[in-house]
Ligand binder design. Structure first.
Ligand code: ZN
Length: 232
């Protein structure tokens, strides 16, 4: 399955003393406008809870600043902002957990409010004091203990894990605490029993095109939302 890609801005060499931030703002704006709105809130009074799991191990953090992997936090923030702006019901929640659990983790908060958005933005960064572990199980335990079931669990990792069996176990049978798992792969793709991806799992393999992380997370955030009402 192919996903639409975002036109790449022309690469610019930034000299010392240049303005790389300006370029990033420009790129962020393009990604934001490409995503468009996040549709309408689902009917009913249920909550949608999305948890983003981040791998900050050495094999992931070594990417260049303009690479979608290197910019994964900025791009995640764009997707969260879009969801927050589209949510009218106040029941879209986003939580963040890092492989280095206990560092900048955030239990799910409503993103329709400014304090909620600010809290998520603060959690969307590599932990300053993290060890850069390559184990996912502790993060899954944190996410699984939050009030659920989680609508979506998005795991952003290269899946070069020291506990691959934790992912194998997660994918073997859907656990009761999560409805849908989205593996956003920054490297390897985990194997599935019989080579078949179960219907409650989505796998996105990233290339090197800016906007791909934002787009992948946006797809998860909008999976249970209704299409935007057309204005004519
Ligand atoms: Zn809403």
């Amino acid at each position: 399955m192919r996903y639409p890609t975002i036109p790449m801005p022309r690469t610019r060499t930034v000299r010392a003393g240049g303005r790389p931030d300006g370029d990033h703002h420009h790129l962020d704006a393009r990604i934001r406008s490409h995503l468009g709105p996040a549709g309408q809130c689902p009917e009913g009074d249920g909550r949608s809870t999305h948890v983003l799991v981040f791998d900050d191990s050495a094999s992931v953090v070594g990417y260049q600043a303009t690479d979608p992997v290197g910019r994964r936090y900025q791009e995640a923030a764009i997707a969260v902002d879009v969801l927050g702006r589209s949510c009218r019901c106040g029941r879209e929640l986003v939580g963040v957990v890092h492989f280095d659990v206990g560092h900048a983790d955030l239990a799910p908060v409503a993103v329709a409010t400014r304090p909620g958005l600010v809290a998520v933005h603060e959690a969307l960064r590599a932990p300053d004091d993290g060890a850069g572990v390559s184990t996912v199980e502790p993060a899954l335990a944190v996410a699984g203990a939050w009030p659920g079931p989680l609508t979506t669990l998005v795991i952003l990792s290269d899946f070069a894990l020291t506990d691959t069996e934790a992912v194998t176990d997660l994918l073997a049978t859907r656990p009761p605490w999560v409805d849908h798992v989205h593996l956003v792969s920054l490297g390897l793709v985990p194997s599935f029993t019989g080579g078949v991806v179960p219907p409650w799992v989505t796998v996105t393999r990233l290339g090197h095109i800016p906007g791909q992380v934002a787009e992948a997370i946006h797809r998860s955030f909008t999976r249970t939302r209704l299409p935007s009402r057309r204005t004519s």
